[in-house]
Ligand binder design. Structure first.
Ligand SMILES: [Zn+2]
Length: 392
């Protein structure tokens, strides 16, 4: 619905709300037909002149708060917040809270909206105080999950990972949604990264394991755990962790290849590494796997490496693969042929380099580096390597 459409619906709802409020106030003497509140017409005038904020102000003034108009006041407050007019949203919601006639359920609804207002205004202390009081007072209420979700949002925004973990764990006991489970695993990973920077390896490793306990499909936790193990020269264990990624999500295989190669070279001279790459390439080919295999074949047999690359490119064409094929061809060519291949290589290289490598599967945000939390939609674990001609 467009903004104007929304305002027209609100306008109609307000009129209905006013009419119902008027109808229900049976004890009051009958009003004259002309007694529609003057603020209502003021609001209508602002609406017709596209002065939407002034229109909402006037509508709020024109309506008394009662059980019929409660929802409209709540919606108007939310509308102010969505339009970025936070102080007005706070005023509307605080005005509702001050009414003695609202029920306890309505009071909780308003408090939740007020907490969102405080968060939007950056008043995080006030928001957390309000939400913590609500969480204690309404443990078994229908709003408990919503209160905890807002608290987790707040601690995530503050990057208070320990508090976020505590409340998120409580939330998951109440309502274990896939999104919240994923989010809790990433909070553990955030804690683990901070601890890794302080070289508190044992504690960091525990958090990665807790992340995997919460969400066994958390690629970030496996990669992080492998990093901790590598830093302690436990390469065999690191290999096990890295190989887990292929089971968790094969789309991430490209991000583990360099580290996996390094670990294998330190313990078994790399032979198991090639077998692993071949198995994975059979299951789900990617540019990273094909290039790593081609580079390995190059060490013994250049002709076979080229044949392998051409064969793979037929079934799985990628810019990176073509670039590597031209690179191999350039090594043997001379004179004008070499010059032509160099131009072609530079062209494809530039094309491959300007293409984003990662994309959010939720909102489509794309970029050159892997973000575990999408910078655009703020969801966790939704940015993945791009596959297809321009990617993997
Ligand atoms: Zn996104």
């Amino acid at each position: 619905m467009t903004e104007v459409g929304l305002f027209i619906v609100l306008f109609a709802a307000l009129f209905l709300g006013w009419a119902m409020g008027r109808k229900n106030s049976v004890k009051k003497p009958k009003r004259d037909k002309k007694s529609v509140p003057p603020d209502y017409f003021r609001g209508l005038n602002h609406l017709l002149n596209d002065q939407h904020s002034e229109a909402i102000d006037a509508f709020v003034d024109s309506l008394e708060v009662n059980s019929d108009t409660f929802d409209i006041h709540l919606t108007l407050g939310n509308l102010f917040r969505k339009k970025g007019e936070i102080q007005k949203a706070i005023n509307v919601h605080q005005n509702l809270l001050a009414r003695p006639e609202i029920t306890q359920r309505e009071m909780r609804m308003v408090q939740l909206e007020l907490a969102s207002d405080f968060m939007s205004a950056g008043l995080l202390d006030r928001a957390s105080r309000l939400l913590l009081n609500m969480a204690t007072a309404s443990k078994k209420s229908e709003f408990h999950s919503k209160i905890l979700t807002l608290l987790v949002d707040l601690y995530e925004f503050e990057q208070s990972w320990d508090k976020a973990i505590q409340i998120s764990s409580e939330l998951i006991k109440d309502s274990p949604t896939k999104k919240e489970i994923k989010r809790l695993a990433h909070f553990h990973c955030e804690m683990a990264e901070i601890l890794s920077k302080k070289e508190q390896w044992k504690e960091a490793f525990q958090h990665y394991k807790q992340a995997l306990g919460v969400d066994p499909s958390c690629v970030r936790a496996s990669v992080g755990a492998a990093n901790v193990l590598s830093s302690q020269r436990r390469y065999r264990d690191a290999i096990k962790e890295l190989k887990q990624v292929a089971e968790q999500d094969p789309e991430f295989i490209s991000i583990i290849i360099p580290q996996l190669k390094d670990c294998y070279q330190r313990v078994w001279g790399g032979s198991g590494f090639i077998k692993f790459l071949q198995e994975q390439n059979q299951k789900k080919p990617s540019a990273a796997l094909i290039l790593a295999l081609a580079q390995h074949y190059m060490e013994d047999d250049k002709e076979y490496a080229e044949m392998f690359l051409v064969e793979q490119l037929r079934s799985h064409p990628t810019l990176k693969g073509f670039r590597e094929l031209i690179n191999l061809q350039m090594r043997d060519s001379r004179g004008q042929n070499q010059q032509h291949l160099e131009v072609l290589f530079e062209l494809i290289d530039q094309l491959a380099q300007v293409k984003p490598q990662f994309q959010c599967r939720q909102c489509g945000f794309s970029g050159y580096q892997l973000h575990w939390q999408c910078p655009s939609c703020k969801n966790w674990g939704v940015v993945k390597p791009i596959h297809g001609l321009e990617g993997e």
